[in-house]
Design a protein around this ligand. Structure first.
Ligand code: ZN
Length: 291
C-alpha cells in the first residue's frame, strides 16, 4: 500500500500493484491500433485525488448508500441532512486536485490517442487536468441547480450562503464521502437551514444525477453518438456496476468494438473485455504513455 493524502490532509491507503510490462505494452498497442477510442471513467480515477470510492474491489458497496432523488425532493429533513453533510464535505471535495490518471488521459487526448471522454465522476478533475472533450454523465458538483426554474449557479456562492445561514454547523468535521458530502450523522438535521432558489423559491439541488434519477437524455445521446463513431473503448477506474456506465460497455460489445479496462478489482463487464490491467489508473496510464 502507498499512502496518499486527501485534500484535507487525511491519510488514505492506495493499493500498489505494479502493472506487468507486457500488459502496459499491450494497452499501448491497443491505443495505437485504434484511431477513435471512446473513454469511460469512474471513481477509481479520482481515488488518488483523495475522493473515496463507493465500492470495494469486489464491486460491492463499502459504505452507506448515497442519497436518492425521491427522498431529497420529497423530504425537507433529508434535504437538510444532505446539505449539512455537503457543507462539511465540500471543503475537501472542492479542493481536490487532478492526479496522474487525469493528467495521463489529458495527455492522451492531446496526442490524439483517445477521443471523447465520458466520466461518471462529478468532480470536474478531467477538465482541471486539461481534457477538453468531456461529457460529465452524472453532472458536476461545482454547480447547483433549481429544480423549478432550472437556473444553475456556482457551488462556491451556494457554500457561502449555506455557511452564513448555519454558523453553528460550519465548525463540524467528518470524513469526506464520495458524493462530496461528509459522513455526518446522529444530528438534528431539522435545525439546518436550507435556502430556497433566490429567483423562484424552488428546491435547489446539486447539479448531479442522484441515484434513482435518470441521466439527462442529451448527455446520453452525445455519448452514444461518439461511441458509434469509435473503433474501441477504454474503461478507466470503473467497476461499471451502475447501469448508466455499464450500458456503454454493452453498446460497444453490440457494435463489435474491443474493450480494454484499467481497473483495480472486478468490473461488471469483465466478460466483455479484450484486455484488462488490474492496476491503479494513474500508475498504469502514465506507464502506457511512456511506453
Ligand atoms: Zn428557481
Amino acid at each position: 500500500m502507498s499512502i496518499v493524502r486527501d485534500p484535507a490532509g487525511r491519510r488514505l491507503a492506495v493499493p500498489e500493484v505494479e502493472p506487468p510490462a507486457a500488459d502496459i505494452a499491450a494497452l499501448r498497442a491497443f491505443l495505437d491500433r485504434h484511431e477513435r477510442v471512446f473513454v469511460l471513467t469512474g471513481a477509481g480515477c479520482s481515488t488518488e485525488s483523495g475522493i473515496p470510492d463507493y465500492r470495494g474491489l469486489d464491486g460491492a458497496w463499502k459504505r452507506q448508500r448515497p442519497i436518492e432523488y425521491q427522498p431529497f425532493v420529497r423530504d425537507p429533513v433529508m434535504r437538510a441532512r444532505y446539505w449539512a453533510r455537503s457543507l462539511i464535505g465540500w471543503r475537501s471535495f472542492g479542493r481536490a486536485e487532478p492526479n496522474d490518471a487525469h493528467r495521463a488521459l489529458a495527455e492522451a487526448e492531446r496526442r490524439g490517442l483517445v477521443g471523447l471522454l465520458v466520466t461518471q465522476n462529478v468532480d470536474g478533475l478531467h477538465q482541471a487536468a486539461g481534457s477538453r472533450r468531456v461529457v460529465d454523465l452524472h453532472g458536476r458538483l461545482d454547480r447547483v441547480a433549481c429544480l423549478a426554474c432550472r437556473q444553475t449557479t456556482g457551488r462556491a456562492g451556494w457554500q457561502q450562503h449555506l455557511s452564513t445561514l448555519n454558523r453553528d454547523w460550519v465548525g463540524l468535521d467528518a470524513p469526506v464521502a464520495p458524493d462530496g458530502d461528509a459522513d455526518l450523522d446522529g444530528l438534528d438535521f431539522s435545525t439546518f437551514v436550507v435556502p430556497a432558489c433566490p429567483r423562484c423559491g424552488g428546491v435547489v439541488k446539486p447539479d448531479v444525477v442522484f441515484f434513482g434519477e435518470n441521466v439527462p437524455p442529451w448527455r446520453h445521446t452525445q455519448a452514444t453518438a461518439a461511441l458509434s463513431q469509435s473503433d474501441a473503448m477504454l474503461v478507466v477506474g470503473s467497476s461499471l456496476m451502475v447501469h448508466s456506465g455499464y450500458r456503454y460497455a454493452l453498446a460497444a460489445a453490440r457494435l463489435g468494438l474491443p474493450i480494454a479496462a484499467v481497473n483495480l478489482g472486478r468490473t461488471r463487464a469483465d466478460h466483455l473485455l479484450t484486455l484488462k490491467l488490474a492496476a491503479p489508473a494513474g500508475e498504469a496510464l502514465t506507464a502506457v504513455l511512456a511506453a
